[in-house]
Structures are given as structure tokens and as C-alpha cells.
Design a protein around this ligand. Structure first.
Ligand code: ASP
Ligand code: MG
Length: 430
């Protein structure tokens, strides 16, 4: 949101750490006022203040061990309403008229699935009208209204990013700016790798892989949405005026740009998965299908899968897979209940694991990336438990205690270390 953006239509999203207290809200308000006064049309999407969503969640769990999803959404969406209204007040005091809207008022229409609803339509009539009348529009992020039940829904943790991109697409904005507590997308989490390098420009595909592999800088569905709708996403810090990172379709790196030669764009890590091993499974046709049917029936997503070579003596094998940690119990319970139907000897569960992934389109054309990655892990004395790959990604599962060392080792091995230290302005990175 700089002065050069005169006359553009901007959707700008500010994350929770950028509006953690009254002073921050006023600071953000000044920034938006400057963009408005430079002649832009501005729609702001706002997250709840600081750790408000976590605190509301804790509160709910103190009242009820299993809160009804509908009521939980009613509660959690108040976090964003608070910050939206406060921001509008601060802006009005600065002499720029602003109107705050809930997701529902802003026309964010979703599926009915509480806690993880998807946006199916945006009817931005009210926003358009307010923009025409000269207002800055502030939309509470992470929420909408179900098309069928008319209940208030939330879009999943971290989904204010997705609200912003969806609105940018519906409003045909020139850019969707995502303001956060670091200067852009980094080659690794700057909280772990001090020499992480800020990436000036990254493709949707690489950003998708990084987000899917645990990089928390952008919500995964926001990147999917941006790619599908061709929305340019500009990730920047609300605490500095640094140029940030552009997430776009075309990555035509300029000649002489150091990033041009980079084979690997970044290293992501994820501590949110758990490993389930189904041991002593008969190595027969249809057994794997049965196991994963059971998991599918309980609506749990699987990430990596490994099947061992079967033992000669018993003809039995082990199948190991990873699931989101939050679904671990559900998966184990479902498999135990289906023990006779599937026919296995034993179930093992391990949530002391982490996933480390190297991502880069350059690996399509450069052999030896795997060797270099695994060599770096070996040199750092990190044992690999599972491996999976895509065209532009290699992921490994390692012991949770080894995650930091593995990320640092890979980062150095691919020569991504910068000379200066990355700045983390605020927040916990969760
Ligand atoms: N406040 C919500 C969360 O903490 C949504 C967001 O910040 O994007 O998950
Ligand atoms: Mg976020």
C-alpha cells in the first residue's frame, strides 16, 4: 500500500499480530488512511487481535468439553468483529470514513460445515456500494454464512487470508496485500533459521507446496484460490515498508537475480502430523484398500504412506501413514474398531514426529537434489523415517526433536543462507 499505487483497488489483510493491541490498531489505521488518501479504493480484511481466537477456544473448552460446532463458530467469529469495529473507529477518528462488516454482511457465502466451511460464492453488493460512496470497507475475516442453514460459519484456522483473496477476486481488485509480522515469504521459517532469505517473487505452485507442507505464512486455501482466480498476492510486513513477496503465476526472474539460479525456493516444516503404523497386516490384495476405507469413512486426510516389504516367514507387512495430529485419535479408534475386518496384529501411534520439505521448481531439471538433501540430513545426524516426493517437492518425516536441525541443514546445503538476519517483528508464528 504505497503512494505509487494511486487509483488502484486494493484488498489488504492484516493478521492478528499486526492488530494485537489498541496502539497497533491505530498504527494499522494510519497505514490504511495513507493508502486511501493516495487515491486508492481500499477494502480491509482483518483477523482477530493477537491470540484472541485461541483464547476464545480455550474459554469454550472450559465451559464444555465438546462445544457444538455451531455455537463455537458464533463465538470465534466475534474475535474478528471486535478488531473490525475497533479499526473502523480508529479510522473515523483519523478523518477517513470506514464501515465494518461481518463476513455475512460482506456477502461471504459458504458451505454449512462449521469450523471448516468453504466459500462457494461472494455477493459483494454492499461492499461495492460502500466503496462507491467513498468508504473504506473493513471486513471481518475467517467467516461467512452458510447458503443452506443461514448459520454463521468459520473457514478454518488462519483463513482470513482466504477471505481476502476471495474478496479480491470477487471485487476484481488490482492486488491482494497480506500484511503480517515478517517482511514476506522466506526460504525457511525465520524463527528457526536466522539466515532465512526473503523471496522477492514466488510462483503459485511453489507457494502451494510450501503452504501444504506447513509454511504458515499463507493459508493453503488462499493460495489455491489465488491460483485459480489469478489473484496476485503481495505478502508484506505491517511493521516495515520493505517490498515484500509477490505470489504470482509468472516467475520470469530478471537476469542477474540470485533467485534465478536457486533450484530450491524454500524449506518448510510441519509439526502438526502424527504417524500411525498398522503392523502385521497380511500382504494380500485389498488389505490396503480396507485400511484406507476405514480412515476415509471417518473423514481423516492422509498425507504420506509407506508399506514395508513383507516378511518371508509370516507373509505379513506393515503399513505406516501420517495424519493431522488433531485427527490421530479418531483414526486410531476407527482402525481399532475395524481390527477384525482389516486383520492386523498391532497398531502403533507416534506424534513425536515432524515433516521437513524442500520445495523448488528447479528440481524438475536438476538431478541430485535428493542426494544433497539426504546427505545434509546425514551430516546433521538426522534419521529419516519416511519419504515422499512430488514433481517439485521432497518431504521427509523425522523425529520431532530433529526438525530444527533438519531445516537448518537443508537450508545451508542448498545455499539459501543470507548474510543478514531475518527480522521477526511480532507474534508467535502460530
Ligand atoms: N483469527 C483466526 C485464526 O486465528 C483467523 C485468522 O487469523 O486468519 O485462525
Ligand atoms: Mg495467518
Amino acid at each position: 500500500m504505497n503512494e505509487s499505487g494511486r487509483g488502484r483497488r486494493i484488498v489488504a489483510k492484516f493478521g492478528g499480530s499486526s492488530v494485537a493491541d489498541a496502539a497497533s490498531i491505530k498504527r494499522v489505521a494510519r497505514r490504511i488512511v495513507a493508502a486511501k488518501q493516495a487515491g486508492n479504493e481500499v477494502v480491509v480484511v482483518i483477523s482477530a487481535m493477537g491470540d484472541t481466537t485461541d483464547e476464545l477456544m480455550d474459554l469454550a473448552l472450559q465451559v464444555s468439553p465438546q462445544p457444538q460446532p455451531r455455537e463455537l463458530d458464533m463465538l470465534l467469529t466475534t474475535g474478528e468483529r471486535q478488531s473490525a469495529a475497533l479499526l473502523a473507529m480508529a479510522m473515523n477518528d483519523l478523518g477517513v470514513e470506514a464501515l465494518s462488516y461481518t463476513g455475512s454482511q460482506a456477502g461471504v457465502i459458504t458451505t454449512a460445515q462449521h469450523g471448516n466451511a468453504r466459500i462457494i460464492d461472494i455477493t459483494p453488493g454492499r461492499i461495492e456500494k460502500s466503496l462507491e460512496e467513498g468508504y473504506v470497507v473493513i471486513v471481518a475475516g475467517f467467516q461467512g454464512v452458510s447458503q443452506t442453514t443461514k448459520d454463521i460459519t468459520t473457514l478454518g484456522r488462519g483463513a482470513s487470508d482466504t477471505t481476502a483473496v476471495a474478496l479480491a477476486a470477487a471485487l476484481r481488485a488490482d492486488v491482494c496485500e497480506i500484511y503480517t509480522d515478517v517482511d514476506g515469504v522466506y526460504t525457511a521459517d525465520p524463527r528457526i533459521v536466522k539466515g532465512a532469505r526473503q523471496i522477492p517473487r514466488i510462483s503459485y505452485d511453489e507457494m502451494l507446496e510450501l503452504a501444504a507442507c506447513g509454511a504458515k505464512i499463507l493459508h493453503l486455501r488462499c493460495v489455491e484460490y489465488a491460483r485459480r482466480e489469478g489473484v496476485t498476492v503481495h505478502v508484506r510486513s505491517s511493521f516495515s515498508n520493505k517490498p515484500g513477496t509477490l505470489v504470482t503465476g509468472l516467475v520470469d526472474m530478471q537476469k542477474g537475480n540470485a533467485m534465478e539460479e536457486a533450484i530450491i525456493s524454500g524449506i518448510a516444516h510441519d509439526r502438526g502430523e502424527a504417524k500411525v503404523t498398522v503392523a502385521g497386516v497380511p500382504d494380500q490384495v485389498g488389505v490396503a484398500a480396507k485400511i484406507f476405507e476405514v480412515i476415509a469413512e471417518c473423514d481423516v486426510n492422509i498425507d504420506m504412506i509407506v508399506q514395508n516389504v513383507s516378511e518371508v516367514a509370516t507373509g505379513a507387512t506393515d503399513i505406516t501413514f501420517t495424519v493431522p495430529m488433531s485427527d490421530g485419535k479418531k483414526a486410531v479408534d476407527a482402525l481399532n474398531a475395524a481390527k477384525d475386518r482389516v486383520g492386523f496384529a498391532e497398531l502403533r501411534y507416534d506424534d513425536q514426529i515432524g515433516k521437513v520439505s524442500v520445495v523448488g521448481v528447479g528440481m524438475r531439471t536438476h538431478p541430485g537434489v535428493t542426494a544433497k538433501f539426504f546427505g545434509a540430513l546425514a551430516a546433521a545426524n538426522v534419521n529419516i523415517q519416511m519419504i515422499s516426493t512430488s514433481e517439485i517437492r521432497i518431504s521427509v518425516v523425522v523425529d520431532a526433536a530433529d526438525v530444527d536441525a533438519a531445516v537448518q541443514a537443508a537450508h545451508s546445503a542448498f545455499e539459501l543462507d543470507a548474510d543478514e538476519e531475518a527480522v521477526v517483528y511480532a507474534g508467535t508464528g502460530r
